[in-house]
Design a protein around this ligand. Structure first.
Ligand code: SF4
Length: 940
């Protein structure tokens, strides 16, 4: 008998159709090809043509299919029927939901718009949500930057007109030494991994500076296991070594930075510490050719770093001299700081020498002539092939802003910004602080706000204060407590609203922000604030509206739920007005579009805001006849113009062929879809480097609509606006800080980077709490979304507390043991694991793995809910009381960034409890539980 072969389909068709859109499994926004079979999502792969990922897809990206099908997806609008926190809701229609929202919001707008606090979390549409809030008229709007990485962003803008990640990237093709400081590995994920791959291929060296050797640090050639909160000291010691050795780029400093700008040196003069300017306000330098003051941008001048100038009996000296004097001090010598940083003096000197060697001995040249803003023609582009990247690890400290400034100053002293091999900006950056708005906060009934909420203050006159000096914003952003809080302080909104300080609000409206769990410091306290009632039995925060796609912990604490779609069911624009996806060589933007239709009664949040805006008669959302202006978010994306010819998307404008400027084109979204979901505009060769000073780049940026006129500027080694706040603290000017903050403003707002110990080191007894405690974001997760995802849960189902060898042995820990971890604020009991590649004074865990029972449609005995835990329970939004009884915010004093990583703890071995502590009672799930196994077959 012959063998009968079974009929097998050896090459099954993966899909009937591919739809190209943008991933939202993390914030990188890679291009994806979504394969559909029988109209259902069958498979996701990377888009090989996309500028961000060039086909690369990470674990999160491919697991998008499970996110899209997650059992935790909300299914319809919900109205709370049980007490807050019970999770008891009833489903209602969209019309009922929107009418309810209008009945709450309309009276507020007509009487006191500031009674609305509108804050968004992982929002990728901030230019739109802020536009809505501005039209509503409330000053109380921000996204989540205040508890994420505002120190990095603000320090970058104030210092050099851009920072890392969305602002810029290393010159991956040419850099020879790459230094990486603490990063969130779920952010800027594919681009950094791809970049590291390119460096490894070329044999470039990678140095990782992080208390924890995981992820990127694990593949670094050299790991510096620094003590948390001391990065600024380490960086300034590198600066000290470079200055001592004379290994700085004087030519670069002279031409492109404010190093030669003259500073008033007379303590008796009202302008002490401010720049010498001409009658038109232009900064002055000494021209080497004449020895006389000249405008910094005057054609033909050669600015002088060495000589000062006396005018009207007042001495002025170049910034460079002040800088050199400060950092040449022995206070910054490696021997003086090594012990505190946990890095030996020899190692610091060796790293400084290596930076200098690569920057100057391995300099590269590109034969590309270019013309600078003074009109001077240069034959070549000189490269210093040293580059840096940093993010949350150095910024989430109370000394984070100054630390981030220090890192940028180091880059600039090496002459390694916007040069071949160095760090390169991505459009619309570079963008100097002066090109950003100042914050606006004037709120009146039935009227839009007087301008954009967020911005960059130039001095005390720009603070968001009322006439009586009290904070205008609920989060107290842009006040003397944190003058440069460019992204607001989302982590203070609930506690301030609960305390009625600076005032009470009526409605808290939030989007994609899990404030009742992993996005808050002091989680239990926040839950109590959300559920607290006053003497009359009413909630202290009267109304809470929340929008999310999933049944997160926060859902249970809202009164009205507006269910969002998943990222495959919606329109979005990744806009140059917002958080763009550009590359150093090109401007780029992208869209999301509904590659599948929702199978539930949910709506994209931005479309809901278009509807709500029209129902509330907000000026930007209604036509002259009062009809709804934008049918939905797609309509807004195509037809909204921020100014004539400039809209959310740069591509396919006008007749469909214009890029950048042009009238709205009705088929713009279709053209994006046809083009793979994105649009790219390449920067001409001559404009590729030296962008802040290169007239070819400036002209290209104007043509594209990034600026209305060229905006060349100098990098700020010395940040004059900070000095203006110091002057106020010294008693000058009409706007004065309150007495209890005067000394702090004077100390912390130093215009040259400084280092001071993290505030918690002073606030607690460090002998009682000798250990630093950190969280890290795993590459395989994105915030709390990842641990509900059926595939990603298999990578990180729970999170032990990682303990270094010394502490492990001192406590007699063995695998499987548990520990109680205690801070000045609270205690947790959690499983431990040994990790040798860890700073000896530091313990850490993965962030946002722990879940509350009943949330995210998980089983109550899911490992995320029984062994997973949050470090948040140990952190408070306020510091412990000081001697004078005051409690300062646990934030950076300059920007208000949440100081998550200042945490100090002690650790002791305890008997294993049945579950991680503290335990919270289960929530009632509005979506029930997911099935025991999640499997389906798409197509036949
Ligand atoms: S890096 Fe982020 S955006 Fe890119 S594929 Fe992974 S999850 Fe998606």
């Amino acid at each position: 008998m012959g063998h009968i072969e079974p009929k097998l389909e050896l090459s099954p068709k993966v899909s009937d159709e591919i739809r190209k859109t943008t991933c939202y499994m993390c914030a990188c926004r890679c291009g994806i090809d979504v394969h559909l079979k029988d109209g259902k999502v069958a498979y996701i792969e990377g888009n090989r043509d996309h500028p961000v990922n060039r086909g690369v897809l990470c674990a999160k990206g491919s697991a998008g299919i499970m996110q899209h099908n997650a059992p935790s997806r909300l299914r319809a609008p919900l109205r709370r029927v049980g007490p807050r926190g019970s999770g008891e809701f009833e489903e209602i229609s969209w019309d009922e939901a929107l009418q309810t929202a209008v009945s709450w919001l309309k009276p507020i707008r007509e009487t006191a718009p500031d009674k609305l606090a509108f804050f968004t979390g992982r929002d990728q549409s901030q230019s739109f949500t802020s536009f809505w809030a501005q039209n509503f008229g409330t000053p109380n709007y921000a996204a989540h930057g205040g508890f994420c990485s505002v120190n990095m962003a603000a320090a970058g803008i104030y210092t050099m007109g851009g920072a890392f990640w969305e602002f810029g990237q290393p010159d991956w093709e040419r850099t020879k030494l790459f230094m990486l400081f603490g990063v969130a590995e779920d952010h800027d994920s594919n681009p950094i991994k791809m970049g590291l791959g390119r460096l490894k291929e070329r044999g470039a060296k990678v140095i990782g500076v992080n208390p924890i050797r995981s992820g990127y640090n694990a593949v670094a050639d050299e790991w510096v296991g620094i003590t948390p909160g001391t990065d600024g000291l380490f960086i300034l010691s590198l600066v000290h070594c470079l200055l001592k050795a004379g290994k700085i780029d004087l030519e670069y400093l002279t031409r492109f930075t404010n190093a030669p700008v003259l500073v008033n040196e007379d303590p008796q003069d009202p302008d002490y510490g401010l720049f010498l300017r001409d009658s038109a306000g232009k900064m002055l330098v000494i021209d080497r050719a004449t020895g006389m003051p000249a405008k910094f941008d005057q054609a033909g001048i050669k600015p002088d770093l060495a000589h000062g100038y006396r005018r009207a009996g007042i001495t002025h000296r170049p910034v460079f001299q002040l800088l050199a004097e400060r950092y040449l001090s022995d206070d910054y010598a490696p021997e003086a700081i090594a012990e505190r940083c946990g890095v030996t003096p020899e190692r610091i000197r060796k790293i400084a020498a290596e930076l200098a060697r690569v920057a100057f001995d391995e300099a590269i040249e590109i034969d590309q002539p270019w013309t600078d803003f003074r009109g001077e023609r240069h034959d070549k582009m000189i490269g210093r092939p040293v580059s840096f990247h940093a993010m949350r690890g150095i910024s989430a400290h109370s000394n984070g802003f100054q630390t981030c400034r220090a890192l940028h100053v180091l880059q600039i002293l090496l002459g390694s910004v916007e040069v071949p091999g160095g760090f390169r900006f991505k459009p619309p950056y570079p963008k100097p602080m002066e090109a950003h708005p100042t914050p606006h906060c004037r709120s009146s009934p039935d009227t839009p706000l007087d301008g954009p909420h967020l911005g960059f203050v130039r001095g005390p006159e720009d603070l968001a204060l009322k006439a009586d000096g009290s904070p205008a914003r609920i989060d107290k952003a842009f006040t003397w407590e944190n003058p440069m809080s460019a992204h607001g302080l989302m982590h203070m909104v609930i506690s301030n609203a609960h305390a009625g300080d600076p005032y009470k609000i009526d409605t808290l409206f939030m989007y994609m922000a899990n404030m009742a769990w992993n996005s808050s410091m002091n989680t239990r306290g926040v839950i109590e604030m959300l559920t607290d009632t006053d003497d009359s039995g009413e909630y202290v925060i009267p109304r809470i509206i929340y929008s999310d796609a999933y049944s997160s912990e926060m859902v249970a604490y809202a009164d009205l739920i507006l269910p969002d779609t998943t990222y495959l069911e919606r329109h979005d624009c990744i806009s140059l007005l917002d958080r763009p996806i550009c590359e150093a060589e090109a401007a780029a933007d992208a869209i999301r579009w509904p590659v599948v239709e929702p199978d539930r009664d949910v709506r994209g949040f931005q479309s809901v805001l278009c509807d709500l805006g029209a129902r509330l008669n907000l000026p930007g959302f209604v036509n002259a006849d009062g009809s709804q202006k934008y049918a939905d978010y797609a309509d807004y994306i195509v037809n909204h113009e921020r100014k004539p010819g400039i809209g959310p998307l740069m591509g396919f404008r006008g007749d469909g062929s214009d890029i950048g400027r042009g009238s709205p084109h009705p088929e713009q979204l279709e053209r994006y879809v046809d083009n793979g979901g994105f649009c790219v505009s390449h920067i001409p060769q001559e404009a590729q480097f030296y962008k802040p000073w290169n007239m070819a780049y400036q002209d290209w940026a104007v043509n594209l609509g990034l600026f209305d006129s060229p905006q060349p500027y100098l990098f700020n080694l010395y940040v004059e606006p900070m000095r203006r706040f110091q002057r106020a603290a010294e008693g000058h000017g009409d706007r004065q800080p309150p007495e209890h903050l005067r000394a702090r403003v004077q100390t912390t707002m130093d215009p040259l980077p400084i280092w001071y110990p993290p505030f918690e080191d002073d606030a607690v007894d460090t002998e009682t709490f000798p250990v630093h405690a950190l969280t890290q974001r795993p590459m395989a997760m994105y915030h709390s979304w990842g641990t509900q995802n059926a595939w990603l849960r298999q990578i990180h189902g729970h999170n032990p507390l990682f303990v270094p060898t010394g502490i492990w042995e001192a406590n007699g820990f063995a695998e499987g043991d548990w520990a109680r971890v205690t801070s000045a604020h609270g205690a947790i009991t959690v499983p431990v694991a040994h990790m040798a590649a860890l700073n000896e004074h530091t313990v850490w865990t993965w962030n946002a793995i722990g879940k509350r029972k009943g949330a995210w449609a998980l089983d109550e005995d899911a490992p995320e809910a029984t062994k997973g835990f949050l470090l948040n329970h140990l952190i408070h939004e306020l510091m412990p009381p000081r001697g004078d009884g005051l409690r300062w915010s646990n934030s950076d004093p300059i920007t208000g960034q949440a100081a998550w990583f200042d945490l100090r703890v002690r650790i002791e071995k305890v008997d294993a409890p049945t579950e991680a502590q503290p335990e919270f009672p289960p929530l009632t799930s509005p979506v029930g539980k997911g099935p025991g196994s999640l499997a389906w077959k798409v197509g036949r």
